[in-house]
Design a protein around this ligand. Structure first.
Ligand code: NAD
Length: 508
C-alpha cells in the first residue's frame, strides 16, 4: 500500500486498524533472530496515552536478557557475517530494509500512534519516511567513506583502515520512537556493527518489528537485537556491559550523564550522547517576514506536542516588535494546533506520552504563573479529552530567562516569550542555559546574522527558518545537550574506529 492510498484512511478506518493491531501486539524480545520472552518472566505495561488504556504487558528484559543479546551480537560480529559482507551486499540489505519499512507504513504507524499518542498523520508523513531516508542515507555511506593512505617517507607505507567498533548498544527515547532509534541503528549497522537496542519503556511496540523487518530484508540473525525493558534495569545493564564497544544514547541530560559514569565503571566504551535542549528562536525587529516568523514560532513549539529535543521553547523577541509578535502569536498560534484523538488524520496534537508527563507539564505551568510570567493562553488540560494525557497549547509572555520555565526543559506544548534589547542582549540570553542543541536567528541583516551564527552556543543554527535541514546536516548539541552528531556522514564515522597499519618497506 502506498502513501497516497494510506492517506485516504479516515478516522473510522484507523480505529478499525488499531483494533486489529491491539489483538496481535508482539510482547516478546527479539534476540538472535528469534522472538523470546524475558528470562525472569517480568512484565511492564505499555499504555495508550490518549485513553489511559493498557495496550499490552510487555516482556521486561533484565541483565540476563541484555547479556543474551550482547552475546548473540558479539558472536554475529566475530563471525563476519555482517561486518565482512561485501559493501554493496550490505547496502542491498539496508535498501531492502528501507523498502520494507516503507511498505509497512500503515502497520508501523498504528503501533506508534497507539503507543505514544503521536498524530497518525505525523507518523505517516514525517516519522516513517524519515526512518527510510535515514537507513538509505547511511547505506549510501558504506562504500563512500574511506580510510586513507598517508604521505610517508619512501621506506614505509601507511594505511589508515576504518573498522566497525563491534557491538553497539543503543538506548533511545519515546518522542520519536522509530526515528530516534533509526538515527542510531542505521549508521551503526551500515558501518558493520551489530546492535542491541533498548527502546524507551513508554513506546516499546515498533522497534522489535523493525528488527524483524531487517532480517526479512536479509540481515543475518544476531546482528540487530531488541531488548525492551525498564531504563534502570535493562538500559543500565546494556551501558555497563563489558562487551559493548559503544553506547549511543538519546534521552534526557540527567540519564546521559549516567551513561558516562557507566562507561567509566565498566570498559571505557565510547559514549555518544544526544540530550535535552532549551532552544532559542531570536526574532530581531528587522526580520524579513513577521507572518512566517510567527508561524515558525508556534510550529516550532507545538509540533509533536512540544516533545521535541530541539523545540523552539524560548522565543526571544526584540522590544520594537514584541507587542505585535505576541498579539499575532495569540491570534494565530492559539488555534493552530488542537488537541484531539491521535488516530484521527485531522488531529495535529495528540496527548503527552503519559499521565505523569501531563502532570509534570501542568506543574511547570503552575511554576511559570507563580514566578510571574503572563499566561497568554492555554495552561490547562482539555476536559473533554479526559482521561487522556492531553495539555492545551500554552503561551507565556513577559518571561524572564531566569524563571524555571525558561531554564528547564518542559518537553510539552509550552512556549515562553522573552523580550530583549539589541544583538548583545539576545546573545547573552540565548547562551544563558546549560543546553546548546539548536537556535535560530531571524533578521534581514547578514552582518547581524553571521555574528550571531558565530556567537550563539549551539550545535545547529538556522537563519530565517526553523527546523529545516537534510541528511547532510549534523544533528547534535553543544554543552549539556550532548556530544554526538546524528544524521550526517560524521554519524556514520562515529560508529567506526581507525586502525593505523604502518608497513616497513625495504628497497628491492
Ligand atoms: P530518558 O532519559 O528518561 O530516557 C531515555 C532512555 O534512557 C530510555 O530508553 C530509558 O529507558 C533509558 N534510561 C532511563 N534511565 C536509565 C538508566 N538509569 N540507565 C540506562 N538507561 C536508562 O528520556 P526520555 O524521557 O525517554 O526522552 C526525552 C528526552 O530525550 C528529552 O530530554 C529530550 O530532549 C531528549 N531527546 C534528545 C534528542 C536529541 O537528539 N538531542 C532527541 C530526542 C529526545
Amino acid at each position: 500500500m502506498n502513501l497516497e492510498q494510506i492517506a485516504k484512511n479516515d478516522h473510522a478506518r484507523w480505529q478499525e486498524l488499531a483494533q486489529e493491531a491491539r489483538q496481535r501486539i508482539e510482547t516478546r524480545l527479539f534476540i538472535d533472530g528469534a522472538w523470546v520472552d524475558a528470562l525472569d518472566g517480568g512484565r511492564f505495561a505499555t499504555v495508550d496515552p490518549s485513553s489511559g488504556e493498557t495496550l499490552a504487558e510487555m516482556s521486561a528484559g533484565t541483565e540476563k536478557d541484555i547479556d543474551r543479546a550482547v552475546s548473540a551480537a558479539r558472536k554475529a560480529f566475530r563471525s563476519g557475517c555482517w561486518s565482512g559482507m561485501a559493501p554493496r551486499d550490505r547496502m542491498a540489505v539496508l535498501y531492502r530494509f528501507a523498502d520494507l519499512v516503507a511498505r509497512h507504513t500503515e502497520e508501523l504507524a498504528v503501533l506508534e500512534t497507539l503507543d505514544m499518542g503521536k498524530p497518525i498523520s505525523d507518523v505517516i508523513n514525517v516519522d516513517v519516511p524519515l526512518v527510510c531516508e535515514t537507513i538509505r542515507f547511511m547505506a549510501e555511506c558504506i562504500d563512500k567513506v574511506d580510510g586513507a593512505v598517508t604521505n610517508t617517507a619512501p621506506d614505509a607505507m601507511h594505511l589508515i583502515l576504518r573498522e566497525p567498533l563491534g557491538v553497539v548498544g543503543a538506548i533511545t527515547p519515546w518522542n520519536y520512537p522509530m526515528l530516534m532509534a533509526s538515527w542510531k541503528f542505521a549508521p551503526a549497522l551500515a558501518a558493520g556493527n551489530c546492535v542491541v537496542l533498548k527502546p524507551a519503556e513508554q513506546s516499546p511496540l515498533t522497534s522489535t518489528r523493525l528488527a524483524e523487518l531487517f532480517m526479512e530484508a536479509g540481515g543475518p540473525a544476531g546482528v540487530f537485537n531488541v531488548v525492551n525493558g525498564i531504563g534502570e534495569v535493562a538500559g543500565q545493564a546494556l551501558a555497563l556491559h563489558n562487551d559493548v564497544a559503544k553506547i549511543t544514547f538519546t534521552g534526557s541530560t540527567a540519564v546521559g550523564k549516567l551513561m558516562l559514569q557507566y562507561a567509566g565503571q565498566s570498559n571505557m566504551k565510547h559514549v555518544g550522547l544526544e540530550c535535552g535542549g532549551k532552544s532559542p528562536q531570536i526574532f530581531m525587529s528587522d526580520l524579513p517576514d513577521l507572518d512566517r516568523a510567527v508561524e515558525a514560532a508556534y510550529c516550532g513549539i507545538y509540533e509533536n506536542m512540544g516533545e521535541v529535543c530541539n523545540a523552539g521553547s524560548r522565543l526571544l523577541v526584540e522590544r520594537p516588535i514584541y507587542d505585535e509578535f505576541v498579539e499575532r502569536f495569540v491570534s494565530e498560534g492559539q488555534h493552530a494546533y488542537r488537541p484531539g484523538q491521535p488516530l484521527d488524520p485531522e488531529t495535529s496534537m495528540g496527548p503527552l506520552v503519559t499521565k505523569a508527563d501531563q502532570q509534570r507539564v501542568l506543574g511547570m505551568i503552575e511554576a511559570g504563573k507563580a514566578e510571574g510570567a503572563r499566561l497568554a493562553f492555554g495552561g490547562d488540560a482539555p476536559q473533554a479529552l479526559e482521561p487522556g494525557a492531553f495539555v492545551n497549547p500554552t503561551l507565556f509572555a513577559d518571561v524572564n530567562n531566569g524563571m524555571t520555565i525558561a531554564q528547564q526543559e518542559i518537553f510539552g506544548p509550552v512556549a515562553c516569550v522573552i523580550p530583549f534589547d539589541g544583538v548583545d542582549d539576545a546573545i547573552r540570553i540565548a547562551n544563558d542555559t546549560i543546553y546548546g542543541l539548536a537556535a535560530s536567528v531571524w533578521t534581514r541583516d547578514i552582518d547581524k546574522a553571521m555574528h550571531m551564527v558565530r556567537a550563539v552556543e549551539s550545535g545547529i543554527l538556522w537563519v530565517n527558518t526553523f527546523d529545516a535541514g537534510d541528511y547532510t546536516q549534523p544533528f547534535g548539541g553543544y554543552k549539556q545537550s550532548g556530544n554526538a552528531r546524528d544524521k550526517c556522514i560524521d554519524s556514520f564515522k562515529s560508529y567506526t574506529q581507525t586502525k593505523s597499519a604502518w608497513i616497513q618497506l625495504s628497497r628491492p
